[in-house]
Structures are given as structure tokens and as C-alpha cells.
Design a protein around this ligand. Structure first.
Ligand code: ADP
Length: 540
């Protein structure tokens, strides 16, 4: 036995720790997967972003330098502000046939060919990868901005080598309804002193996001006097990669440490979460191991769902306690009721068997024993019926029964004592699924109570009506029941004090009535005016 009980105690503890372990493993795995995916994603997109930022840096540096090159009086000049090496970008200038003019790139980069205007390409030398970007400078390019409403030239730029143009002229001509793109081109060409045949790459657009509504007209004069030059920029493509390699290595070292911290955290969380559950288990063990069902599990309201669980458990304990107490009370009451007649039988037997008992004494003793035996039989039969109805015994199968006839017959067979009259007002043809024997027993109990607690020459009225359900009632003009006793009379072995001294019932009659009514899906109720009479009602 001891081994069994110690097994019982260790098993839940093992289960608890494994559950905590499982929660810890799940949370750790989840954090590991999510963080790996997250960091992986960040590294991949990060390296792509860094790569494109590198290329943008290259393009913007080259384009900034373009403004620093111009022809002055027929001589190509690279201004001092030209950045040959800035922000890791090398810039070189080449002439139109690709010959190197100036720059600070490593030698290997200077000789590279394949120039494409405005395109980023890759180039590898000495195991290093570079991005390069070329831009071609044409010194015969014209750019105009012309107000789309007035036709005024707002701004123009022409390369100095070709220009020889006057400063921007704001024509006074007003276009009341605005100008179209063709008109804008005409205005620009007229200002440049060129015809459409003398220009190429003519373009006109109305930029959507400009702060003024202006046509942007661009063209290249075909008869160029000065050759174009190329500016090429380089940037080491591995610059971003090496930074990311460093970050990746750091992450590889940090991630396991991070996962270990997550596991410890997960274990602490699971331990904290499981603590109230462990408290419940401990309290439940204390309660079930001991015999005190009045103990309850203590739990803070802040425990949330666990508090609800503890409450449910406490409710269950309360019901168990009531049920055990009822059971205990019932057993003690039943034994008590049986002990009295048994004691009388024993005493009568001893008396009858004594030496000086006459024949008359013996007969008297026998008759008393007979009376007590009847009483015990009644009690045992009532207990048996109660227990069978409670358990829904199969022998009590409900069949369609003519309740009206059954009530009439039971009333007719009942012989009231005390000169009491019985009247019955019974509606015909009320048929319900019922167990005839039990219904009769129920009505007999109500009738015998009405007589037991009735007055001499009194009156009992039985009614059966179909009215919002089927209602069977038994009314008497007897001693009545005190208001405070009314809720208790349905309990087993309950007898109101006053009645206890008058008549000898067991206090089981009304329990049986309510049990039988419940078996038929019915409800019982009682109303009474103390000293004037009572009415018991069964509603099916
Ligand atoms: P008992 O065997 O004592 O009659 P019951 O369960 O039938 O047991 O009734 C329980 C108690 O209810 C009775 O002891 C009595 O006090 C009260 N009682 C029952 N019926 C009536 C009634 N018709 N008039 C007054 N009191 C009643």
C-alpha cells in the first residue's frame, strides 16, 4: 500500500517538470527560428540596400563632378572642385576616343574600355570587384524651361563652348490661353538661333512635380565644335560586403548566446506560469489526502484563468462536501430510525422470554414486535424506492398512462381517518408518460400526510387540471406548516418539530414525492398558512 501511495505522489511532480521543460523548449525553438529568420532577412535585404546605396553614391559623385568640366576659350578646363577621390569613389576624365586625361584611380582601372553613357557596370581586377559608372559630356547641349501659360523663357542653359547666347530673355509676349509643347520648342529654337534640322535629341516634357507649370525643352546642336569628354567613376563593390561579413560573423557568435538567454527566460516564464497550477495541485493533494473537504484552494484574483480554474475546483469541492454530508446525514438518520424499532423488538423479546412473563405478556410482546416489524418494513421499502427512483431504475419505465383514471382510482381506494372527507375534481382524459405504481404512491403519500396533519372532521380536496401544464394538487385544512419550515420539508428524514410529536412518520414521504415527480419531469411545490392548512402541487 505504501509503495502505491508514494508512486501516486511522485508521478504528478514528474509530469509537472516535463511540462515546464516542454514549454521552455517550444518557446526557445520559436525564438530561435523567428530570430534566425529575422536576422537572415535583415542581412539579405540590408546587403541589397547597401549595394544599391553604394551604386547611388557612385552615380551622384560622378554627376556632381560633371559641372566642374567646361571649355573656356576653346580649352578644356577641369575645375579645382572636381573630386577625383571622394567617399571611396575614384573619378577619371577621358577624351572622346577613350584616352585618359586626368584622375586618381588605380592604374588597372584606368585602361578599362566599354563606355556606356549612364549605366552602372562591374569590373574585376586583382581579385577586387568594382562598380563603374560613365557619363558623357556633350558641349552642345541646350536646356530651356518655358512657362506653359505665358510662354516666357524662365531659365536656359547652354554649354559655354557653343553658347555665345545672350542672357535669359524674358519675352514680354503673353499667351493668354497658354502654349502647347510645339510652341515651347519653337520658342526655345528661336532663342538659340537654330532650326529643327540643325538639332538632334530634341525632347520636350511637362514635369509633373515641378513647382511651376513649365515645359522643359532639351536638344543637342548637331554641328558641334568641341568633342565630348567622358567621366568614369569607380567604387569598390566589396566595401559593403566586408562590412556585412563582419556583421554576419558577429551575429553567428551572438545568436547562440541569445538563444541560451531566451531558453533561460522561457524556463523562468514557464516556472512562473506554472506556479499557480502547482499551488492548485498541492492544495488538491492536501484536500484529497486528508479528510477535510471544507478546505478551499486560495488563489489571488490576479491569477486570471488559473483563478477561474481554482474557483471551479472550489465549487466542485463545495458540491462534493454537501453531497458527502447529505450522505452521512442520511446514513446516520436511517440507522437511527432503524435502531428505535430494533431496540423495542429486543426489549419485548427479553420481556417475553423472562421467567415471570405470563402468556398474556408474551402475546402483547409479540403484537408489539409485529408492529415494529411493520414499521421497519415500511422504512426499508421507502428507502429502497427512494434509491431506485434516484438511480432511474429500469423497472420504472414510463408508459402512456391515463392520469385522470389513475388519480380517480387512488382517491377512491383511499380511506381517510379522523372522519375527514375527500373530494376530487378531476379533468378527464389527461394522458402522460408515467409509471402508474409510482404516481399512486406519490398521491397516497400526499393524502396520508393530509390526514396525518389534518383536523378531525376536516376536508381534503384533490384536483387534476390541464392548465399551463398538468397540475395535480392536494389541499387540506389541517395544522399547516410554518413559513421557515416550508423549504426544508422536502429533505430526507425532515420532520417539523410539531408534527414529530403528533404522528409517527419517518420524514421520507415528501422526499419520495419530489423524487417521483422529478422522475416524471415534474416539479413540486407547497404553500401553507400555519394553523389553517396546506396545499401541495405537482406540475408535470
Ligand atoms: P413524515 O413522515 O414526517 O410525514 P414527510 O416527508 O411526509 O414526512 O413530511 C415532512 C414534514 O412535512 C412532516 O413531518 C410535516 O411536518 C410536514 N408536512 C407534510 N405534509 C404536511 C401537511 N399536509 N400538513 C402539515 N404539515 C405537513
Amino acid at each position: 500500500m505504501q509503495a502505491t501511495s508514494s508512486n501516486k505522489k511522485t508521478r504528478p511532480a514528474r509530469r509537472r517538470s516535463s511540462f515546464k521543460l516542454r514549454i521552455t523548449v517550444w518557446i526557445t525553438l520559436l525564438i530561435a527560428v523567428v530570430s534566425s529568420l529575422g536576422i537572415g532577412g535583415i542581412l539579405i535585404t540590408g546587403s541589397q540596400i547597401a549595394d544599391s546605396r553604394l551604386q547611388n553614391e557612385l552615380i551622384s559623385t560622378v554627376e556632381r563632378n560633371v559641372d566642374e568640366i567646361e571649355y573656356k576659350n576653346g580649352i578644356l578646363e577641369i575645375e579645382n572642385d572636381f573630386a577625383f577621390f571622394v567617399d571611396e569613389v575614384y573619378c577619371n576624365v577621358f577624351d572622346s576616343s577613350g584616352r585618359y586625361i586626368d584622375g586618381e584611380s588605380p592604374a588597372a582601372l584606368i585602361n578599362s574600355e566599354n563606355r556606356k553613357n549612364g549605366v552602372v557596370g562591374t569590373f574585376e581586377t586583382d581579385g577586387n570587384k568594382y562598380y563603374y559608372y560613365d557619363t558623357r559630356l556633350d558641349f552642345n547641349k541646350y536646356e530651356y524651361e518655358i512657362d506653359a501659360f505665358s510662354g516666357k523663357i524662365i531659365k536656359y542653359e547652354a554649354d559655354t563652348a557653343m553658347s555665345g547666347l545672350s542672357d535669359p530673355v524674358y519675352k514680354s509676349t503673353e499667351f493668354r490661353d497658354g502654349i502647347n509643347s510645339e510652341k515651347a520648342i519653337d520658342i526655345a529654337l528661336e532663342h538659340a538661333g537654330l532650326t529643327r534640322d540643325e538639332v538632334s535629341s530634341l525632347s520636350v516634357e511637362l514635369p509633373a512635380n515641378a513647382d511651376r507649370t513649365v515645359f522643359k525643352v532639351e536638344f543637342i546642336c548637331s554641328n558641334s565644335t568641341y568633342p565630348p569628354v567622358w567621366v568614369r567613376g569607380f567604387i569598390n563593390a566589396d566595401a559593403a560586403k566586408s562590412a556585412f561579413d563582419a556583421i554576419t560573423m558577429t551575429v553567428i557568435y551572438i545568436l547562440p548566446a541569445f538563444i541560451i538567454i531566451a531558453a533561460v527566460g522561457a524556463y523562468l516564464i514557464s516556472r512562473k506560469t506554472m506556479k499557480p497550477v502547482e499551488n492548485i495541485c498541492r492544495s488538491a493533494h492536501e484536500i484529497t489526502d486528508g479528510t477535510d473537504l471544507s478546505k478551499r484552494i486560495e488563489m489571488e484574483k490576479s491569477a486570471g484563468e488559473i483563478y477561474t480554474l481554482a474557483e471551479t475546483f472550489n465549487d466542485m469541492l463545495a458540491r462534493l462536501q454537501t453531497s458527502f454530508e447529505n450522505e452521512k446525514q442520511f446514513t446516520s438518520d436511517a440507522s437511527h430510525e432503524l435502531r428505535t424499532p430494533l431496540a423495542v423488538i429486543k426489549a419485548e423479546c427479553e420481556y417475553a422470554l423472562s421467567d415471570n412473563a405470563s402468556e398474556e405478556d408474551m402475546l402483547e410482546a409479540l403484537s408489539s414486535i409485529d408492529e415494529q416489524t411493520d414499521k421497519m418494513t415500511k422504512l426499508v421499502t421507502a428507502l429502497l424506492t427512494l434509491s431506485r427512483t434516484e438511480q432511474g431504475d429500469k423497472r420504472y419505465k414510463l408508459e402512456d398512462t391515463d392520469l385522470s383514471e389513475l388519480v380517480k382510482k387512488t382517491c377512491a381506494d383511499f380511506v381517510p381517518a379522523k372522519n375527514i372527507t375527500l373530494t376530487a375534481d378531476i379533468e378527464d382524459n389527461i394522458i402522460i408518460p408515467a409509471q402508474a405504481q409510482l404516481i399512486s404512491l406519490m398521491l397516497e403519500n400526499l393524502l396520508s400526510n393530509a390526514v396525518k396533519y389534518g383536523r378531525d372532521d376536516g376536508h381534503i380536496e384533490v384536483r387534476l387540471k390541464k392548465d399551463n401544464g398538468i397540475v395535480l394538487s392536494v389541499k387540506d385544512d389541517g395544522i399547516g406548516i410554518k413559513e421557515e419550515d416550508l423549504p426544508k420539508i422536502w429533505g430526507r428524514f425532515y420532520r417539523a418539530d410539531e408534527s414529530r410529536s403528533r404522528e409517527s412518520g419517518f420524514g421520507l414521504g415528501l422526499s419520495l414525492v419530489s423524487q417521483i415527480a422529478a422522475l416524471h419531469g415534474g416539479k413540486v411545490s407547497a404553500s401553507s398558512v400555519y394553523g389553517e392548512g396546506s396545499e401541495f402541487t405537482v406540475t408535470f
